[in-house]
Design a protein around this ligand. Structure first.
Ligand SMILES: Cc1cc2nc3c(=O)[nH]c(=O)nc-3n(C[C@H](O)[C@H](O)[C@H](O)COP(=O)(O)OP(=O)(O)OC[C@H]3O[C@@H](n4cnc5c(N)ncnc54)[C@H](O)[C@@H]3O)c2cc1C
Length: 379
């Protein structure tokens, strides 16, 4: 027998589980389908786990700000430990790149220009000659992504939602009663499908006969290297981010390690992405240019996909071309920090609940996020 639900969510990354959790709070049955045998295997399990208010276009900043309370005060019983911890951002620029710092300070909320000496007091192993201008955002946070994701999963189950893994969606057909969703785990039906398939969101839409919105997955590389060890305690260092034309950054990790990224954005087809050797070499080179800390060994490396709509803004809303098809895609480099607000907005729009929409979506302009803005614009 074909299993049915009121709403089927496609994708078990942070977007899918957060939306499914919010939808399950409404009087509707929710089924989440994930292609892999584990959830959060792709982008969600590969992020830098930061919450940065002053990051991304205005719509992203609005979503991030709207979700801040969720991170600070999650619902009762959602998690056992805090979802966020302090981790400031130290923005640095080399000679000739000072304009980046000026713009960061002018446009950012709670960002202050600080002297290179003050920056060195925070991260003493930075090379003084690298620092032409510096600024500090104290209010950034580090997210416990595992706690966030599993809080949504456990909460979804507690609300009666179901999760099926190894269920890759392979066909979507609209009939009078709703969608027939063909998967590797068999068929399912629902009047509403939510496309939260990350890098594959356009491919999933194509199964429903929809032209793509032009989502582009972009590879981002990360490596783990040794920190300074006993020479210097790096555990309380901020994230250090170059905001000149090289957007590399590094971030303290557990065990005295550092995560370093070259800030690459290479367009690639959706796939189980691996890092490129050249990108790893560039990462090491940029790090050593800025830091008096030679990289003796790359302990671990990985890459993940950050998937962007052509205008860099998330895609949240009904597809006007297909009844019951809802987009939750294009999370780019902000999918973790925007998840709580994006999920609540998606649930409000899906349930056509104006009260929820007003309360939870405060300050968000749903029209800016709607997929209709992208339809017909792709050549
Ligand atoms: C190196 C790096 C650093 C980052 N740092 C940050 C950060 O500091 N802060 C932040 O907020 N964001 C960050 N991001 C971005 C963030 O990780 C993503 O925006 C977010 O994880 C996207 O979540 P998602 O659920 O849309 O995608 P995913 O986690 O990729 O989930 C999509 C899921 O859909 C499934 N799927 C695909 N096709 C099908 C199908 N046909 N049927 C069923 N299931 C399907 C996939 O298997 C996958 O599990 C970073 C990303 C990277 C790579």
């Amino acid at each position: 027998m074909t299993e049915s639900a009121d709403i089927i969510v496609i994708g078990g990354g942070i977007a899918g589980v957060s939306a499914a959790y919010e939808l399950a709070a409404e009087p509707s049955s929710v089924l989440l389908l994930e292609a892999e045998d584990q959830l959060a295997y792709h982008s969600t399990g590969r992020s830098a786990a930061m919450f940065i208010l002053n990051y991304g276009p205005p719509s992203v900043r609005a979503l991030t700000a709207a979700g801040r309370m969720f991170f600070q005060t999650p619902p009762e019983g959602f998690c056992e430990h805090p979802l966020v911890g302090p981790r400031g951002i130290l923005a640095v620029a080399r000679t000739g790149q000072e304009g980046g710092i000026e713009a960061f300070v002018a446009e950012g909320e709670g960002v202050e220009a600080i002297s290179p000496e003050a920056a060195l007091a925070k991260v003493p192993l930075l090379r003084r000659e690298y620092l032409a201008a510096t600024a500090y955002e104290a209010d950034a946070r580090e997210i416990d992504v595992h706690a966030l994701h599993s809080g949504y999963v456990q909460g979804l189950k507690a609300r009666g939602g179901r999760i099926v893994t190894k269920a890759r969606v392979q066909g979507l057909e609209r009939r009078a009663a709703g969608w027939i969703v063909e998967t590797t785990a068999g068929p399912f039906t629902a009047p509403v499908v939510v496309d939260a398939a990350g890098a594959w969101a356009d491919e999933v839409a194509a199964l429903a006969g929809l032209e793509p919105l032009g989502l582009v997955p972009k590879r981002r590389t990360a490596i783990i290297v040794d920190g300074p060890g006993e020479a210097c305690d790096s555990s309380a260092w901020p994230v250090v981010a170059d905001i000149g034309d090289n957007t590399w950054y590094f971030k303290p990790e557990a065990g005295g390690k550092l995560m370093v990224s070259p800030g690459d954005e290479t367009p690639v087809p959706p796939c189980d992405i691996r890092p490129d050797e050249l990108d790893i070499a560039v990462t090491v080179e940029r790090f050593e240019q800025a830091m008096d800390l030679p990289v003796r060994r790359v302990e671990h490396s990985w890459a993940g996909l950050r998937t962007f709509a052509p205008d860099g803004t998330l895609v949240i809303g009904w597809d006007p071309r297909a009844e019951g098809f809802f987009w939750l895609a294009g999370q780019g480099g902000y999918g973790i920090q925007t998840a709580p607000a994006a999920a609540r907005l998606a649930a409000a729009l899906i349930c056509r609940n104006p009260v929820l929409r007003e309360n939870q979506g405060a300050g968000l302009d749903a029209a800016v996020l709607a997929p209709g803005r992208l339809i017909g614009s792709i050549s």
